[in-house]
Write a protein that binds this ligand. Structure first.
Ligand SMILES: *Cc1c(COP(=O)(O)O)cnc(C)c1O
Length: 393
């Protein structure tokens, strides 16, 4: 079997990845590329990181056998409960890992960009804990839309700077963050929130999220006697929770992988975020991958009911799994995700994040055998989505 897990030395997963960045960013990215593996693999780093994951984040998160859901779908369903992490989702695994890495690199200042504010909150949390200065760039429109997360970041001591150019949303915040990084390279680390961006970010983030599948392995072994499930299912925005859930299974031929993308109003509706269905080869945010774009390379505005999946690209790790047919990709529409969120809440008493509900909705789209073990990554909890849920109650 091919190695799907690690990029080559230039950061490529098959034909996807690399580092497409302005020359002024070369020194920052080169420093990271040269040092990240050595620091992360050191005993000192691992000791601190594992201690934080356990005692601060609350890991290991349970692998929960969902009896009622299993009965309904006539298969063996286990939920990996990333929703029970501190701050309510998997994003904290990566934010803490990178903040700790930044410290080891001698950086005292952290920048990040955020759309819905989830990555901003995770980063602000890690910085408060580790005593790092934190600046989060956020589109002016997103700041108005996501008031509770903006308040959280402020309370955590983070400076939230509005991006006022262009469409005043995520991609403008990315541009502002990059500009900041160019101007403050010696003091500052840029915490990217998913398996996107120039090499080595996709590998860095996948590595920090790989704790998800590492735990699934021993937990499943405890519960079923074997460490490999038949299927792992996860939702994909940029792809970090999916990369973490797939990581230790991706080179195991017998484990089938399923990714759920946001179909929005439907793949052909013009309001979608299903990148593998709609995307073509292009460069977005520093790496070569599948991108939703017009023929002349303009990025198409994506749509999803869930802010975390509302992204016009997909990490190179996943683009490669798609192109090699190593993973099966489903597009899940807004209404299907909503239905699955209500179903899980009713059957199991767990209110999932809207993003995670896309992974759950695969149960309606594909039949699994009665004795097959299906692990679904429940990437986050639904508190942040209550306003949307209330509208559909
Ligand atoms: C941000 C987010 C996602 C999407 O990001 P990935 O990098 O694709 O994992 C999924 N679920 C939740 C709960 C999120 O907050």
């Amino acid at each position: 079997m091919k190695n799907y897990k690690n990029p080559d030395e230039n950061g490529y997963y098959g034909e996807f990845g690399g580092a497409f960045i302005p020359e002024m960013l070369y020194p920052n990215v080169a420093e990271l590329r040269e040092k990240y593996l050595q620091i992360i693999e050191s005993a000192e780093f691992q000791e601190e990181f594992q201690d934080l994951l356990k005692n601060y984040v609350g890991r290991a998160t349970p692998l929960y056998f969902a009896k009622n859901l299993s009965e309904k779908y006539q298969t063996q369903i286990y939920l990996k409960r990333e929703d029970l992490n501190h701050t309510g989702a998997h994003k904290i695994n990566n934010a803490l890992g990178q903040a700790l890495l930044a410290k080891k690199l001698g950086k005292e200042r952290i920048i990040a960009e955020t759309g819905a504010g989830q990555h901003g909150v995770a980063t602000a949390t890690a910085c408060a804990l580790l005593g790092l200065e934190c600046i989060v760039y956020m589109g002016e429109i997103d700041i108005a839309r996501q008031a509770p997360n903006v308040a959280r970041m402020k309370m955590l001591g983070t400076t939230v700077i509005p991006a006022t150019s262009g469409s005043k949303t995520l991609k403008d915040a990315v541009n502002e963050a990059l500009r900041d990084w160019i101007n403050n390279s010696t003091t500052t680390h840029y915490i990217i929130g998913s398996v996107v961006g120039p090499h080595p970010f996709p590998d860095l983030v996948a590595g920090f999220q790989s704790v998800i599948s590492e735990e699934i392995k021993w937990q499943l072994k405890e519960k079923t006697g074997t460490e490999n499930p038949d299927y792992v299912i996860a939702c994909v925005g940029g792809g970090s929770n999916a990369a973490g859930a797939f990581y230790h299974f991706v080179n195991e031929e017998k484990v089938k992988l399923i990714a759920a993308e946001a179909g929005g109003f439907g793949v052909n509706s013009g309001k979608s975020a299903a990148t593998t269905f709609l995307g073509t080869l292009g460069v977005l945010h520093g790496s070569k991958s599948l991108v939703m774009q017009t023929d002349d390379g303009q990025v198409i505005e994506p749509h999803s009911i869930s802010a975390g999946l509302d992204y016009p690209g997909i990490g190179p790790f996943h683009a490669n799994l798609f192109s090699e047919k190593r993973a099966e990709f489903f597009s899940v529409n807004d209404d299907e995700a909503l239905k699955s969120a209500f179903e899980l809440t009713k059957l199991e008493g767990i209110i999932p994040a809207l993003e995670s509900a896309h992974a759950l909705a695969v149960l309606e789209k594909r039949k699994f055998a009665e004795n097959e073990v299906v692990v679904i990554c429940l990437s986050g909890r639904g508190d942040k989505d209550m306003e949307t849920y209330l509208k559909h109650l």
